[in-house]
Design a protein. Structure first.
Length: 410
């Protein structure tokens, strides 16, 4: 690419992301580098929630299920998410939490491979995914095994004993990025199914579920999708797979005809059978509206700017803060959209940073974690955050009792 084209690209990206930045309510003077944990408030979400409270729930009462489209929110929201994860619009549904959705898809995968006993994962997986797997396998009483290997050993551990591969695409600690397409292909070659957690990749980088042939995926609605605290999660089924699944959690919203009130369960066609209970309308409406921010944003553009932001931050931090050790892959194409540095007093440092307007988070035992979401961050934010981090370390601003006191949420 020529220098002229580089400048043209930068100018275009500046324009795109200056517009999206205006769509968020960000506190004055705050550099928010924690969208990988909880996205900030989109203006559209605020408006939508107040409308749902006043004009829909308040004025229409129970009529809102039909007149306001509440009953269709899981599918309508799922269709918007599908566009961000490379999936057909009728293959994604928004519902429940990531953990509950993982339980549902793992149950389905193990049913489909009933002659196999190994569920394969890695030590970089998010702990709740491992907990869900442990709880499920412990109740099957069929000699199942959760096999956990190092991330680099996953490919070699896939064999004919594996029923399903369960991985998180982007490591929640370091941002290390798995090769979804390659590992899914290896799983299929061995006769196994592929289950992916997209909690730190949906809305952070291009995801191509259909192209990669992924069987099942789950993901989070409150991180890079900015749906609000505890926003509904989402669930993906490979097209054509639903007919092979009889859900373990067979709730009335997943019934073929919920309001027929039959005494026997008949699963709905397609992705609808993965629903369970009544959707949380206010939370679902917030997520549905938040996804409007993505209209007109290309995921390839997002990735280009995300890499630019994280690379700039790493360069500035390593120049200014030699005592910090990069814990994330140095190659930007080998990580997601957050970067982590190691420091023995990482928790206290992060609390000091937060008190000075740079909000990231801490992950035990010693990781300072910073997320770079281009929708509302610009290159100058990365530089300024590094400057404040430098001052925090140089002047030992972190070395105060109140910053060492651990809170419940880190």
């Amino acid at each position: 690419m020529t220098e002229k084209h580089d400048q043209e690209t930068e100018t275009r990206l500046d324009t795109v992301f200056a517009a999206t930045r205006e769509m968020f309510e960000l506190p004055e003077g705050v550099i928010y580098l924690d969208g990988n944990s909880l996205g900030p408030l989109p203006v559209t979400a605020r408006r939508r929630v107040f409308d749902e409270i006043d004009a829909q729930w308040g004025a229409r009462l129970i009529k809102g299920w039909n007149e306001s489209g509440w009953i269709d929110l899981p599918q309508a929201t799922g269709a918007r998410i599908a566009a961000l994860v490379g999936a057909p619009k009728d293959s994604v549904v928004a519902c429940d939490s990531t953990s509950v959705n993982l339980f549902k898809v793992l149950s389905a995968a193990l049913q489909m491979r009933a002659d196999r006993r190994v569920l394969l994962s890695d030590s970089g997986n998010f702990p709740t995914d491992l907990y869900i797997a442990q709880g499920l396998l412990g109740r099957l009483d069929g000699g199942h095994e959760l096999k956990i290997v190092e991330p680099d050993a996953v490919a070699d551990a896939i064999d004919e004993n594996v029923a399903a591969l369960m991985l998180t695409e982007v490591d929640y600690r370091t941002g290390r990025l798995h090769d979804m397409a390659d590992l899914t292909e290896r799983a299929h070659d061995a006769g196994a199914l592929a289950v992916w957690d997209l909690a730190h990749s949906a809305g952070a980088l291009p995801v191509r579920l259909e192209e990669a042939g992924v069987d099942f995926a789950v993901g989070c609605g409150y991180k890079y999708l900015n749906g609000g605290p505890g926003a509904p999660a989402f669930l993906y089924l490979r097209p054509g797979l639903a007919a092979q699944i009889r859900p373990v959690l067979s709730g009335w919203m997943g019934h073929e005809a919920p309001f027929a009130f039959d005494t026997d369960y008949r699963p709905a066609p397609g992705i609808g059978r993965m629903l369970v209970g009544t959707p949380p309308v206010l939370a679902m409406a917030s997520l549905h509206a938040a996804l409007e921010v993505w209209d007109g944003v290309g995921m390839s553009d997002l990735r280009v700017r995300s890499i630019e932001l994280s690379q700039r931050f790493i360069a500035e931090v390593e120049k200014r803060c030699p005592e910090l050790v990069l814990a994330s892959p140095r190659d930007p194409h080998a990580r997601g959209s957050h970067v982590s540095f190691r420091f023995p007093q990482g928790y206290a440092v992060m609390q000091a940073l937060i008190s000075h307007g740079v909000i990231g988070d801490f992950r035990a035992p010693d990781l300072l974690r910073f997320g770079f979401a281009p929708l509302y961050l610009c290159p100058s934010d990365a530089v300024r955050a590094a400057e404040i981090l430098e001052a925090t370390l140089r002047d030992r601003l972190w070395d105060r009792p109140e910053f060492r006191q651990k809170m419940k949420v880190t």
